[in-house]
Structure formats: structure tokens, C-alpha cells
Write a protein that binds this ligand. Structure first.
Ligand code: ZN
Length: 332
């Protein structure tokens, strides 16, 4: 019945809009922005970077037009189910790239703004690139791809018998982004290690490193920075076993608390889409002693938002007008 499908397609945006209006009326509206990197990059297949110039421009705009909350103000509203101020904003960052300290922090400080940074603790001081960046280096930027390859771990196989062309490498990259996401961190790192050895690309790019311990410590001492956890090895929690989830969640908290000497009570699910965490993941996160956890699908935070799955809006390298256009459905 194509008519029913068509009707549903037409109605769905209206239903969504209606829910948004209802949430905003009852609970106020806060847009939680999600950034990853602030740096100029030539090659950024995941579109994770915002240039320092554009980040500065975006902060100027939100400061002028909206109410940017501190982490404490955000929590006060979320945890006490209080109505959020109209058109408020919270800035968050995921992962813990070194550029957060080098580029993002000084720009936040210049504007007197604060952001919540979720750190994948296993990468801090590792000298390794995050696993998706390593895949990019090995498959998309590698001048020395071997003629033959046969590597396998955790049911994921990468294999070819003659020198692969650019297109085949791109398709391996795309597939591995999906299949490695679902592996426990240890299994995935085993496979990556084997690929690194076989593909003659052992060195991490300095532009793609996570912070080291000293940088993280200096970073965390800024009034513009609040630290939260983001697992140890950045797997998709909803796709790994319960014990592995618990270990990822509790160890990242313990690592950061030990290094920084402060309680770590905020969490964000890696990737954060609805398939990357389950009800059980939310429960484990709560039991581990976190106060709230961030997801990653667009919407507003409001007084009745779930504490363990509040929504965030992913920000790309947008100029001012485009940035405001992406914010506009959530602000009034
Ligand atoms: Zn992440």
C-alpha cells in the first residue's frame, strides 16, 4: 500500500516537530553541541574536524544569540528536571584529541566559555591514533600497500591476492569502519596491530594523536574544561558483551580519576547512536557511579530528557550561516 507509506513519510516530520514543540513548552530547550576536533586538516574522511577559525566564529554566534551554559548549570537543570532556559546551549567534545588542548581550549578561554570533554582513556599517552584514524592511514593514505594480505581476528577477515586499487582499499576501509566498531577493544587492537605490521605503516601521524598524560592534566586544570569518560578503547557498547561493557565503562572512570585526582561523573557512549548502547548499557553506566550519559542523535535536552541518553547535535566544519541553519530547528 504505497499510499500508507507516503502518508507516513509526510506525517513523520510533523509528528517529530510536534514532540519537539511539546518538550520545549514543558521543559525548555538546550542544544547540546557535539564536537570532536578543532584543527585544519587536509584529509578528513569522517568529517570530524572544525577549523580553529570556524570554531571561533561558531562560538561568537552562540554567545551573541543564545545562552551558553556551564556544565554545572546544565546538570542542575537535567538532574533536577528543571525547565531549561530558552535557547540554551551546552558545548561537548568526544574522544580526547591533542588538538582539544592546543586549539579548542584557548578559543573557549578567550570567550569565557566552558565545554564538557569525554575522553577515551585507553588512548591517552598511547602514542597511537584512534582506531578509525589508523584505518584511514593504513587504507587511504598508504603508499606501501602489500601485494598480498591475509589477516583475521574476531571473525573479521581482510584479504587480497593481488595489489588492490584505490577503490578496493576504500571499500575495505568502509567495511572495516563498521565491523571493527562491533568488536571488543582487545580483539580489534589485535587485528589493527597485525594490519599495521603487514601494511608497512607503523607510525602515527602527529596531527592525529590523542593527548598524553601531561597534556590531559594541564588541559583539565583550565576553567573552560570539564572532563568526562568515554570508555577505554571506544567500542560500540551495544554490540559487545556485558562484562566487556562494564570493564570499558568502569575502567575509563577509574583511569581518569587516578590521573586527575578528581571524581569523574559524566559519560558519553562511543558513537552514541541508538544502536551503540542498550537499556543494559545505561544501567551499567548508572551503577558505575555516573550521573548522566550523552547519546548522539539530534534533538534538544529538556527537563524530561532521559539522564542516561540525552541527545546531542553533531557539529561539522560549518561557516556561520550554515551553522545557524543546522541549529534553527531546535531553537526558537
Ligand atoms: Zn567518540
Amino acid at each position: 500500500m504505497p499510499f500508507v507509506g507516503e502518508l507516513k513519510d509526510r506525517l513523520w516530520p510533523l509528528v517529530k516537530r510536534g514532540r519537539l514543540e511539546r518538550d520545549r513548552l514543558l521543559g525548555g530547550n538546550c542544544v547540546v553541541l557535539l564536537y570532536h576536533r578543532v584543527i585544519d586538516l587536509e584529509h578528513d574522511p569522517q568529517l570530524l574536524s572544525v577549523s580553529p577559525r570556524r570554531f571561533d566564529e561558531q562560538l561568537v554566534l552562540i554567545k551573541e544569540r543564545y545562552r551558553v551554559l556551564s556544565v554545572e548549570e546544565f546538570e542542575h537543570h537535567l538532574l533536577n528536571r528543571k525547565r531549561f532556559p530558552k535557547n540554551s546551549i551546552l558545548i561537548t567534545f568526544d574522544d580526547g584529541y591533542a588538538d582539544n588542548h592546543v586549539h579548542a581550549r584557548p578559543i573557549l578561554e578567550k570567550h569565557g566559555l566552558q565545554a564538557l570533554f569525554f575522553i577515551a582513556s585507553g588512548y591517552i599517552g598511547s602514542g597511537r591514533e584512534y582506531w578509525w584514524d589508523e584505518l584511514e592511514r593504513l587504507f587511504l593514505l598508504n603508499p606501501q600497500v602489500p601485494v598480498q594480505l591475509d589477516v583475521e581476528a574476531g571473525g573479521v577477515k581482510v584479504q587480497w591476492a593481488s595489489l588492490p586499487g584505490r577503490e578496493l582499499l576504500r571499500s575495505h576501509y568502509e567495511q572495516l569502519l563498521v565491523s571493527l566498531r562491533a568488536l571488543p577493544s582487545g580483539t580489534r587492537d589485535g587485528l589493527l596491530g597485525a594490519l599495521r605490521d603487514r601494511m608497512s605503516s607503523p607510525l602515527a601521524r602527529p596531527s592525529h594523536l590523542p593527548m598524553d598524560h601531561a597534556a590531559l592534566k594541564a588541559f583539565a586544570s583550565s576553567p573552560s574544561v570539564v572532563i568526562g569518560a568515554h570508555t577505554v578503547g571506544h567500542p560500540s557498547l551495544g554490540q559487545i558483551g556485558e562484562d566487556e561493557q562494564r570493564e570499558e565503562i568502569t575502567r575509563s572512570k577509574r583511569d581518569l580519576e587516578e590521573w586527575l585526582g578528581m571524581p569523574i561523573t559524566r559519560f558519553a557512549y562511543p558513537f552514541g547512536t541508538p544502536s551503540d548502547f542498550t537499556e543494559r548499557t545505561m544501567q551499567i553506566t548508572r551503577e558505575a557511579g555516573f550521573l548522566h550519559a550523552a547519546a548522539n542523535h539530534p534533538g534538544i535536552a529538556h527537563a524530561r530528557s532521559p539522564h542516561f541518553a540525552y541527545q546531542r547535535l553533531l557539529v561539522r566544519d560549518w561557516g556561520g550561516a550554515e551553522f545557524l541553519r543546522h541549529l534553527s530547528p531546535y531553537l526558537w
